[in-house]
Design a protein around this ligand. Structure first.
Ligand code: SF4
Length: 372
């Protein structure tokens, strides 16, 4: 069972508190000035003391942090409720800003056969706090790095080899829900996490992407949910051939692709202006879904859904029966799509050396705790 959120606990601890006190607490969590509830001087002392005793300032604690050789990707194994572990990733994007990849569940029930997380099974949903605190964890991490490097004397060898303070000063500009778990299977907590991020950070709706295996009931639900924000959506297709898709994604079924086409039509009817907010993801697996036949099926699918971007993803999980597409096959597949007029992009692989790339997130059962 998932623990209570800070919001729920606050209303139990202070049932008669005016609404602005809850807002003050939430604002404080995202402020760069405060480091704990005790610092929040605009709240009554007794309230600060109770909060300090009853609520952790950060709902996740670092167990281990890994850094990629290129120093542009970090992966953290973080503990929730002291012992359960999930992973979160920080990546430097092409514009030099940082993107955080958050997990939304401990493990995942979807069991996609190409995914490391899919082999873990499902433990529980993360709360909204445990999700947004992965972002807050990286905010603190970057701040600490920036302070650390700005105190190094110029010319110090470590500064040269590890990058300067300015590398860590850049802000977190994007958040992607592409870590462990299926976000739409944890709909309410993910929606609350989106509300917190959109209310208390300067990260806008078009800078947040929720990735889904394509849970059609939930995709339909968000179309008519006024509280679901207009964040970007990335729907995993991975094959437009029904049998191949069922093999890769046990959550798939006959008729899924037709259902997805119908949902996409409805999405565009409702949100024509959000056309560019929707992407279909396609992980490239050698001889499994990258053949000419699969490209033709994907072209037919893409023509049915209209102008939607297909994002081709290089495969990274080495402990798997699947292999990444051969470079020639990848090129041919991409070209076949482009010639047919399909809008296609290719995702940059980052952090594969620290198992932080797409499809690689898995928490080892016996991780040795270490201080960051
Ligand atoms: S790809 Fe996503 S939905 Fe599928 S098992 Fe992995 S984490 Fe779950």
């Amino acid at each position: 069972m998932s623990p209570m959120t800070r919001r729920q606990k606050f209303s139990i601890l202070f049932p008669n508190a005016p609404a602005f006190r809850l807002k003050q607490m939430e604002e404080a969590l995202f402020s760069s000035v405060f480091h704990g509830f005790a610092d929040v001087s605009n709240m009554p002392l007794a309230m600060r003391e109770t909060l300090t005793k009853e609520l952790p300032w950060l709902a996740v604690t670092a167990v281990q942090v890994f850094e990629s050789v290129k120093k542009d990707t970090f992966k953290a194994v973080v503990a929730v409720e002291g012992k359960k572990r999930v992973e979160t990733v920080l990546m430097k994007n092409a514009r030099g800003q940082w993107t955080v990849c958050v997990s939304s569940q401990i493990g995942c029930a979807m069991a996609c056969t190409f995914c490391a997380t899919g082999t873990m099974g499902f433990t529980r949903n993360l709360t909204a706090d445990e999700i947004v605190d992965q972002v807050r964890f990286w905010i603190y991490f970057l701040r600490k790095k920036s302070i650390l490097f700005s105190t190094l004397r110029p010319g110090l060898e470590e500064r040269d080899s590890r990058g300067g303070a300015e590398d860590f000063e850049s802000r977190i500009s994007n958040v992607v829900f592409m870590g462990m778990g299926e976000p739409l299977a944890n709909y309410e907590q993910v929606k609350e996490a989106l509300r917190l991020l959109l209310t208390y950070t300067d990260i806008g709706m078009t800078r947040i992407t929720v990735s889904t295996v394509g849970l059609l009931p939930m995709l339909r639900k968000l179309l008519s949910d006024p509280a679901w924000p207009a964040v970007r959506l990335a729907v995993s297709v991975h094959s437009a051939d029904s049998d191949t898709r069922k093999r890769l994604m046990p959550s798939s079924y006959d008729g899924f692709l037709d259902g997805l086409v119908a949902w996409t039509e409805e999405y565009f009817q409702k949100f024509e202006s959000r056309r560019r907010h929707l992407t279909f993801e396609y992980v490239m697996l050698s001889k499994i879904n990258d053949t000419q036949r699969h490209a033709e099926a994907l072209i037919r699918f893409a023509h049915r859904v209209g102008k939607v971007r297909i994002n081709l993803i290089p495969y990274n999980f080495t402990g798997s029966v699947y292999r990444d597409s051969l470079p020639g096959d990848f090129e041919r597949f991409q070209q076949q799509l482009e010639v047919a007029g399909v809008v296609v992009t290719r995702r940059r692989t980052m952090g594969d050396d620290i198992a932080a790339a797409c499809g690689q997130l898995i928490v080892e059962k016996n991780v040795t705790p270490a201080i960051v």
